[in-house]
Design a protein around this ligand. Structure first.
Ligand code: SF4
Ligand code: SF4
Ligand code: SF4
Length: 200
């Protein structure tokens, strides 16, 4: 694989405002009550009385070895060689939901036609868009920021090639991301997050 793109999230900068989740819906033309490609989960940090609840913004992790791809019976899910982004070819999707059951992060969602859709790192607009697209371009190469990153009020979200994101963060955060094999970095000082599987 040439490059692996992923997300960076800093819980200390997130104010839980949902600007990222709304921006994702607008960019990808998802109805207000439609599937949540990006969502805010609430995590606990510390022990009483030194305890807080924090917001964590998550979407598809574009996993290193995606279980959703392994279980898909039709080959509808591709991990792109050029940037590691995991995309769905909706023409091949038969709506069996195997991917949703296998994903530890609750990322696959389904539209009215029972076709899988999820975060494609803003390769295009709409579910399934991005399959077969050209490589994701960095901003300095004329690319645009993902909508969730662009609209994050607190500057808590970033996206880009993992080797660039990891330059900016602590070793501990990089180790956490590596252990999970999901391509998201949650900055240390933030919570220990247990992701709950969720599908709707
Ligand atoms: S987070 Fe879920 S949907 Fe995304 S690549 Fe991993 S297993 Fe697939
Ligand atoms: S719902 Fe679609 S993408 Fe998911 S496993 Fe079934 S065929 Fe593959
Ligand atoms: S990168 Fe784009 S598609 Fe993915 S969560 Fe952010 S706004 Fe949504």
């Amino acid at each position: 694989m040439t490059e692996q793109w992923g997300f960076y999230f800093d819980a200390e900068k997130c104010i839980g405002c949902h600007a990222c989740t709304v921006a994702c819906r607008v960019r990808n033309d998802v109805e207000a009550d439609g599937p949540k490609w990006r969502r805010i989960v609430h995590a606990e940090n510390g022990t009483f009385p030194d305890y807080e609840q924090v917001s964590v913004s998550i979407a598809c992790m574009h996993c290193e070895d995606p279980p959703c791809r392994t279980v898909c019976p039709t080959g509808a899910i591709e991990k792109r060689n050029e940037d590691g982004i995991v995309v769905v070819n909706q023409d091949k999707c038969i709506g069996c939901h195997y991917c949703a059951w296998s994903c530890p992060y609750g990322a696959p969602k389904f539209d009215d036609n029972n076709k899988m859709q999820k975060c494609h790192l803003c390769l295009g607009e709409g579910g399934g868009d991005g399959y077969g697209s050209p490589p994701k371009a960095k901003e300095e190469d004329g690319g645009t920021k993902p909508a969730c990153v662009d609209n994050c009020v607190g500057g808590a979200l970033k996206a880009g090639p993992m080797d660039e994101l990891t330059k900016e963060v602590t070793d501990s955060a990089v180790n956490q991301a590596t252990q999970r094999k999901g391509n998201i970095i949650i900055e240390a000082g933030g919570p220990t997050v247990t992701f709950e599987s969720e599908s709707d």
